[in-house]
Design a protein around this ligand. Sequence first.
Ligand code: MG
Length: 377
Amino acid sequence: MSSPAAHRSNVSLALAQREAAWLAPYAMHSEESRGRRHREPAHPLRGPFEIDRDRIVRSAACRRLSCKTQVFTGEMGDYPRTRLTHTLEVCSIARRLGRALRLNEDLIEALALTHDLGHPPFGHAGEAVLDECLAEVGGFCHNRHALRIVEELERCDRRFAGLNLSIEVLEGQQSRIDRRAGEAVPLEIQVVEAADSVTYDTHDADDALELRLLELDELLEVPLWAEAARRVRQAYSDLTRGELRLAILQELVDWQLDDLLRGAQAKLAGIESQDEARQAGVTLHASPEVAEQKADLEIFLHDRVYRHHQVMRMRSRAQSILREMFHFLAARPDLLPESFRQRALLLGVERGVGDYLAGMTDRYAQQQYERLGAGRD
Ligand code: MG
């Protein structure tokens, strides 16, 4: 990395001074950003990662997350998390972790908002079917598709495609795809990944309880929930079932963040720069005790929730819709919207159709399926 001084013009003096006073030496400082593919002048009020955040929030792909499945489709009610509310919870938890470690919260927010941007309709069920349909042209992976969205499909300037995000945000997303095992990446990236894990483990159980796919007593037999319940009961007595559930959910987040922070602070003592943190291989991990209990919870959720017959039935229906639409449109690319017809000419019909389908919300996919009559033959 070149000297920070070479990039001073990328940020206002006020931001550089604010970050110098607050951020830890191992945090990403905005003035150290390596900039963007297409050079832009510094903004008088916003730092580079704030600009990234604003562009992602204003993108159509981000708005469409509101109608995309996290785990449970909208047909199962309006309580469960959508991909957008999941992303907002990840942002909030990641910023909390980042602030405690005095990391760059603007970068964390931009990374968190990007992390699930590439999800197709119907969650991992949709991803699996697109991967199957696109197997001969490189498959489909939501992490890679997020990069396609921010680099090719969205626009912020008429002169070029993409959102022209900072290199650090693009590299952060890229590292979700091709990181070597054990490779230490910047702490802002690690914070988002840790927050993602805390978030989905907690809210998937909460959603499953609300949908009555599980009962509270079953979860209380899972060690992570049993320990959280023990802590809650130590602090409060006479809780109703509803209050107990709510308090456990809060305790699960607080306890896991506390565990992560304690581990990180011990590893980061005396670390004076980002490079030093990377060379020392500083990684953000749950303690062995919490990690083991989280793994048990994830096995439980996999068996009891993600494979629940109601979820599997929705999954099967969603996969049929996407699979049939894929084959229908691959045979009739003339029915694609103009921009995706152009992508099909440039990148091949399969990728053009895949990109079109991946951008759809659950609801739009269902509407288009009905409109096209894709499954009638
Ligand atoms: Mg996520």
